[in-house]
Ligand binder design. Structure first.
Ligand code: SF4
Length: 345
């Protein structure tokens, strides 16, 4: 069965830049960027990162704020922070060369089983099976696995199934082929079974139930959060705050924020704004932008309060900058939308 899969891959694989290298650092970079990201969205970021930071040394020595700025817009920002942190760990321990064994990779904070298997197999042809969403889906249909992929029992089943299914003589090609099949043919909705090289072996296809797999435990509904951003305008200057607390968007910059339990009206916001700005004299105030921003586990309802003010006593952690300088700071996508609308990005 694996031979059919690999022949199909040779004839149908997409021509992607990270498939032209065996440099483990570049492969690792591509894997970090492509996690939870579609190829078409991740590709420009891969090109930017591999050009700006062509070696582990370049990435390790780069200021974190520069890395975050380059990552801006790709989402899941903890990946950028972890990537930078891991690059530093590797550089300290192994110098300007990437570790060469699965064990060395998995021992590093920030490299999990998926990434270690991908780099070990793609760069060094070592026999480790990759297991991502695409592979889970193909295996669940091929063998009609009833256990949910996101249950702890299911995870163990899929781990051993992927290892058993691995072609240990061609691990790099096998892993790429099954991932590519999931990306191009065994699609989440409407799998193209007629074009599939495994269709004569596939249990779900034979019973005509492919779209019922993989089984999943339903996730909780995302929680709602209400962000009130204060866009302070004072003589062509404004204030930014860098997020450090254990929450979304660590290390990114944003306007000073008041988080509330519900959407607030101007009357409800005014006293809170006066307190945080430590003033009674606000020249003008209006909500100039509203946005709903969907993250995996949270829905952010954001209001941007634009405030003209002549005197202010800023909080000590706020950073006073010229409006034109904002574009030099890494901001979440939500703020980027606001800045684009205001010609500040
Ligand atoms: S036959 Fe259909 S369901 Fe089975 S692996 Fe191929 S595309 Fe997926």
């Amino acid at each position: 069965m694996q031979g059919y899969l690999q022949n199909w891959y040779i004839q149908n694989k997409r021509d992607l830049p990270w498939r032209h290298t065996q440099d483990p650092y570049i492969i690792w970079l591509s894997e970090v960027i492509l996690q939870q990201t579609r190829v078409v969205q991740g590709l420009p970021y891969f090109l930017k990162f591999s050009t700006t930071y062509p070696s582990i040394k370049d990435l390790a020595e780069a200021p974190l704020d520069d890395v975050m700025k380059l990552w801006q817009g790709l989402g899941y920002y903890s990946r950028a922070r972890n990537m930078h942190h891991t690059a530093n760990l590797i550089y300290e321990k192994y110098g300007n060369s990437f570790p060469t064994s699965y064990e060395q990779m998995i021992a590093l904070k920030g490299i999990g089983p998926y990434t270690a298997s991908a780099v070990a197999s793609f760069a060094f042809n070592l026999p480790y099976a990759v297991l991502d969403g695409n592979v889970n889906r193909v295996l669940s249909r091929l063998f009609m696995v009833d256990e949910p992929i996101n249950s702890s029992k299911g995870k163990k089943i899929f781990e051993s199934l992927s290892t058993e299914f691995l072609d240990i003589n061609q691990p790099a090609m096998h892993n790429q082929a099954i991932m590519e099949l999931g990306a191009l043919v065994c699609l989440p909705q409407n799998p193209k079974c007629a074009e599939c090289p495994l269709n004569t072996f596939c249990a779900a296809r034979m019973k005509n139930v492919a779209s019922e797999f993989p089984k999943k435990i339903k996730k909780q509904k995302p929680r709602d959060r209400y962000f009130n951003y204060i866009f302070i305008k004072q003589n062509n200057q404004t204030f930014l705050n860098q997020r450090f607390e254990k929450d979304i968007w660590q290390h990114l910059f944003e306007f000073p924020l008041i988080e509330t339990k519900k959407k607030e009206s101007l009357e409800e916001m005014l006293p809170q704004l006066k307190t945080i700005l430590d003033t009674d004299k606000i020249n003008s105030i209006s909500c100039t932008f509203e946005s709903k921003h969907q993250l995996t586990h949270q829905t952010i309802w954001a209001d941007f309060w634009e405030i003209e003010i002549s005197k202010i006593k800023p909080q000590k952690e706020w950073l006073k900058i010229d409006l034109q300088e904002i574009k030099n700071y890494a901001v979440p996508r939500l703020l980027e939308k606001f800045l684009i609308k205001h010609n500040l990005q």
